[in-house]
Design a protein around this ligand. Structure first.
Ligand code: CAA
Length: 557
């Protein structure tokens, strides 16, 4: 049985180190935190004071409990004060030699069977361990920012790690109410490996002008139900840290998915490091603040927007019925043509048409339905010039824009299921879409009490393109033996605060549905993005009709 860890130390009291100290102290342990200078030690105390003070203000901690917690923490500038620690976690800068130096000095201080843990997010634990005199007592203990909130702790073992050391750390993490996942030493471990593929794809969208920074973040927070948008998250993590982790993962995978973004590199070089420097993708009230203030990229308010009073809805799908009802409630005059084969004449006087048949028409139906191409050709003739035409049906509306002869007015709408944050409706614009068209559609979406996101009309727009590529990547990770279903789902839920892990999400959406979108994305990328190729394991699960998670399997049985 592993030795029970009861006294702990932390070296380095930046954001992560101070957060780790707080986790230990909240768990009732005596903690010694060590910094190199009095000034840095004071900053560590301030971080701890501010974080626990916030908990007091929110009524999560009484003042007495806060004081008791702070009393369990000793802050020092002497490594020698760690002599009694069963475990020391280092959270010093991400430089192998700096970390090895800390461990070499600790070798002379701590007991022989004490465990030395690194909170590295990007370096090889094996390499750090190899430079110490006791590699068998070295493990990774990787926390997630903010450490007091996020429950995942990745416990990373190397080929030399004594199982007793890793088991002791795992048991401690569990005792602290955390969710430990024991994994091997691979680039990005589990959570960062998946996270950084997704962040890189999101970055590429902004870099290529596919979507604005605000719309991208709204799409993923509100539309996909994630706790934060990707750019806000990168600003929180620190752009220098993101850049470094990204390079390490790319060095390992060599996949175009992880190819480092040149934009990110330039931002780091120019000193835009995210919240900590006061400027990253957004501008903050001051260095270290999380309060976003307007800057030159903040969308301008265009004042009053012209919105049509009369709107047409075509189709009898549940979505068409829902939209017609909501438009009516929002005060629009709605002309609903349930049958796509029906008379389109009444649409002559509307200012916006939403085509929402969802399914291709049944050729046997009476009167015979028009297919979507014929429908748009006729809409182009029947409706007045300037009428906006939209489709919820296809992944790209460009062909319909050509068919209707209304390039500037034909767009795609993608209506997402509501999340606890709200509902997103994406608007896919093409090359010819005029500014006023976009502004009108944004306003119509707002009047439906949904949140608009505007992106270029490319397969999957933003939400599906990012989410499905991430889900496919999770399956590839499983297929390559990187981690198990349970490890990945636990890591993503508790390390990144997602409402569910990727495998639970695939089972929730349906692997067949995910595969259809993955295939669309891959064919839409014209082979330029090989990582979008659907994972063979995903195909296998669809063909064999097998869920990924036990919960889903039990639900079926
Ligand atoms: N320290 C301590 N507690 C904090 C905190 C901090 N820095 N920030 C927020 N909290 C607490 C709040 O006090 C609040 O607690 P209660 O619910 O007990 O009242 C709770 O967290 C929620 O906070 P807010 O209501 O202020 O804000 P929110 O709901 O928007 O949550 C968030 C903020 C916790 C940061 C949330 O958005 C989140 O989980 N985001 C995801 C962050 C993420 O993905 N982190 C991982 C990054 S990757 C990494 O760290 C690994 C690496 O190697 C780089």
């Amino acid at each position: 049985m592993a030795r029970r860890i009861s006294s702990v130390g932390v070296v380095g009291l930046g954001t992560m180190g101070a957060g780790i100290v707080e986790v230990f102290a909240r768990g009732g342990l005596e903690v010694v935190g060590v910094e190199t200078t009095e000034e840095l030690a004071d900053r560590g105390r301030e971080i701890l004071q501010a974080s626990t003070g916030r908990a007091v203000r929110r009524g999560k901690l009484s003042e007495e409990e806060q004081q008791a917690l702070l009393d369990r923490v000793t802050v020092s500038t002497e490594l020698a004060d760690l002599a009694g620690a069963d475990l020391v976690v280092e959270a010093v800068p991400e430089v192998v030699s700096v970390k090895q130096d800390v461990f070499l000095r600790l070798d002379d201080v701590v007991a022989e069977d004490a465990v030395l843990a690194t909170n590295t997010s990007s370096l090889s634990v094996t390499e750090i361990a190899a430079g110490t005199r006791r590699p068998e007592r070295v493990v990774g203990m990787h926390f997630f920012n903010p450490a007091p909130v996020l429950r995942l702790v990745e416990v990373i073992t190397t080929p030399r790690t004594d199982p007793e050391a890793s088991e002791g750390v795992r048991e401690l993490a569990e005792r602290l109410g955390k969710k430990p996942v024991v994994v091997g030493d691979r680039a990005g471990f589990v959570a960062n490996y998946l996270l950084f593929g997704y962040l890189n794809s999101a970055l590429a969208m902004v870099e290529q002008g596919h979507v604005s920074r605000e719309d991208l973040d709204v799409a993923m927070r509100v539309g996909a139900g994630l706790p934060m948008g990707p750019l806000t998250l990168m600003d929180l993590i620190g752009l220098d840290v993101c850049h470094h982790i990204g390079e390490v993962i790319y060095g390992h995978s060599r996949s175009p998915l992880h190819r480092p973004s040149t934009m990110l590199g330039r931002m780091v070089t120019s000193g835009r490091l995210g919240r900590k420097s006061g400027q990253g993708f957004y501008t903050y009230a001051s260095a270290g603040s999380g309060e976003v203030v307007p800057d030159e990229l903040t969308p301008a308010d265009h004042g009053d927007v012209e919105v049509p009073e009369a709107v047409g809805v075509v189709g009898s799908s549940p979505l068409a019925e829902d939209l017609a009802g909501r438009l009516d409630e929002a005060g629009f005059r709605v002309t609903h043509v349930p049958d796509a084969g029906g008379d389109l004449g009444p649409l002559a006087s509307v200012g916006l048409v939403i085509e929402a048949q969802e399914e291709e028409p049944d050729p046997e139906s009476e009167p015979a339905g028009r297919d979507v191409d014929d429908l748009f050709a006729e809409l182009g003739e029947v409706t007045a010039p300037g009428t906006l035409l939209t489709t919820v049906n296809t992944y790209s509306g460009v062909a319909l824009a050509a068919i209707s002869g209304r390039a500037g007015e034909t767009t795609v709408l993608r209506v997402h299921a509501p999340t606890p944050h709200a509902q997103v409706i994406e608007i896919g614009r093409n090359h010819a879409t005029a500014g006023p068209t976009v502004r009108t559609l944004r306003e119509v979406v707002r009047r439906l009490e949904a949140v608009p996101v505007v992106a270029r009309d490319r397969t999957g727009l933003v939400v599906d393109a990012l989410l499905v590529s991430y889900l496919n990547d999770a399956v590839r990770m499983l297929d390559e033996g990187y981690a198990t279903v349970d490890q990945v789902d636990t890591a993503i839920r508790h390390g990144l605060g997602y409402p569910m892990g990727p495998f639970a999400m695939i089972d929730h959406i349906g692997a067949d549905e995910v595969l259809v979108i993955a295939e669309e994305l891959y064919s839409g990328s014209a082979g330029y993005q090989p990582h979008l190729a659907p994972s063979p394991l995903l195909v296998e699960h669809v063909l064999l009709d097998q869920p990924f998670t036990e919960g889903a399997a039990a639900g079926r049985g």
